[in-house]
Write a protein that binds this ligand. Structure first.
Ligand code: GLA
Length: 429
């Protein structure tokens, strides 16, 4: 072999080990959809709870409602079956099988139904010997199960990490990803690996995750209460310098489901969860009863401007830029770009519990918005608040406890502003 060829071959071999890229062309913006877990958990008694049990009816109904309530038009597309869909044992050929009573038509038929609605089908499994709820995991069957998912026309796979050894996760998650790719069926790959290491103080391997997975759960499960949501927001803020570099088109950090529309969040807190998930470029996967979501919560989940921030094509995850006395400012660079300055989504939030409003003043420059000509504003939850012909260089907001003021700031082009002026704004509630 010529020396040159030898070098090429070595380069190729090194590349096979280190240059693997998921490159399935999926999740170029954060995935949007609905997943049953937070709201419905592992309810398997369909006699006692016919409307709430994990069954094909539940997912057909969710698919129906995603369409009839107009969520699909806003981008919500994945209907994801989480844990507790499986039979407790594999079949005689080692194949996974759904619970026969709750999924009598089988998973392919459910996929067909969901596809028939113009939506996509997601399915849960676990890298270990068992799923978190004790059903068969993929360990020992990685290739067979990846192929089974493809045969069922799955579009999105969530691979959890219960009943497995964290030292085996690197090989397990990367190998399963390769098997998914080898099926030839494009499937979004959601990896729970870091959710099992970070709580033990072991940082996730985000370099590898961003190469092999479309999204990954960085932390513990979300629950339907403000304290839990607040803890997740704090965790992502505390660790943002480790997480942000790995987010981008095709690969996202995942702070877990949207719980808006359930019982635990006030209206203000619901706006806040949606705003911070938009700033963090987080997957927008609802877990709620779509038939009973209150109108004001539906309006939040369907807010086009907030969704546009989340789905922004630059794909840059935003960050906490100011924090004092539990008052915070988060920013995210978004389109359009004007004169080399990006626009910004800005979330002002109060995490205080002392029941009174606080004022927050800042110049835009202080929070990194440097366009010398200033910005126009749109309040994304109160679109009539600002006159789009006015130009701002500073802002003053009044923040209520556990509430958000969410603004899009668009840079002003020189020529459009003959008389530059500085305007301070007070939010009047
Ligand atoms: C883990 C995951 C959850 C859910 C359950 C299912 O706790 O983090 O999102 O999938 O398992 O048992």
């Amino acid at each position: 072999m010529l020396k040159k060829d030898m070098i090429l071959l070595i380069g190729l071999l090194v590349c096979v080990k280190t240059c693997y890229s998921l490159d399935n062309g999926l999740a170029l913006t954060p995935p949007m959809g609905w997943m049953h877990w937070q709201r419905y958990r592992c309810i398997v008694d369909c006699k006692e709870y016919p409307d709430d049990c994990v069954s094909e009816q539940l997912f057909k109904k969710a698919a129906d409602l995603i369409v009839s309530e107009g969520y699909d038009q806003l981008g919500y597309e994945y209907i994801i079956v989480d844990d507790c869909w499986l039979n407790k044992t594999r079949d005689e050929n080692g194949r996974l099988q759904p619970d026969k009573d709750r999924f009598p038509s089988g998973m392919k038929a459910l996929a067909d139904y969901i596809h028939g609605k113009g939506l996509k089908f997601g399915l849960y499994e676990d890298f270990g010997t068992k799923t978190c709820a004790g059903y068969p995991g993929v360990l020992g069957h990685l290739e067979q199960d990846a192929q089974q998912f493809a045969d069922w026309d799955v579009d999105y796979v969530k691979l959890d990490g219960c009943y497995s050894n964290i030292t085996e996760m690197y090989d397990g998650y990367t190998q399963f990803g390769k098997y998914l790719n080898e099926t030839g069926r494009p499937m979004v790959y959601s990896c729970s690996w870091p959710a099992y290491t970070e709580p033990l103080g072991i940082p996730g391997d985000y370099e590898t995750l961003s190469e092999y997975c479309n999204l990954w759960r960085n932390w513990d499960d979300i629950d339907d209460n403000w304290a839990n949501v607040s803890r997740i927001i704090d965790f992502f803020a505390e660790n943002q310098d480790r997480f942000i570099p790995y987010a981008g088109p095709g690969h996202w950090n995942d702070p877990d489901m949207l719980i808006i529309g359930n019982f635990g969040l006030s209206d203000d807190q619901s706006e806040l969860q949606m705003a911070i998930w938009a700033i963090m470029a987080a997957p927008l996967i609802m877990s709620n009863n779509l038939a009973t979501v209150k109108p004001q919560h539906k309006a939040i989940l369907q807010n086009k401007d907030v969704i546009a921030v989340n789905q922004d094509a630059l794909g840059i995850q935003g960050r906490l830029v100011f924090k004092k006395n539990k008052l915070e400012i988060w920013t995210r660079p978004i389109l359009p770009i004007v004169n080399n300055h990006t626009s910004y989504a800005i979330a002002f939030i109060s995490q205080r519990f002392d029941g009174r409003p606080y004022h927050l003043n800042t110049t835009l420059q202080e929070i990194g918005l440097n366009n010398p000509n200033g910005y126009t504003f749109k309040d994304l939850y109160n679109p009539d608040k600002y006159d789009s012909s006015e130009v701002y260089k500073a802002i003053k907001v009044t923040l209520f406890p556990t509430a958000v003021v969410f603004i899009k700031a668009t840079p002003v082009d020189n020529e459009q502003v003959p008389n530059e002026k500085l305007i301070e704004v007070k939010h009047i509630f």
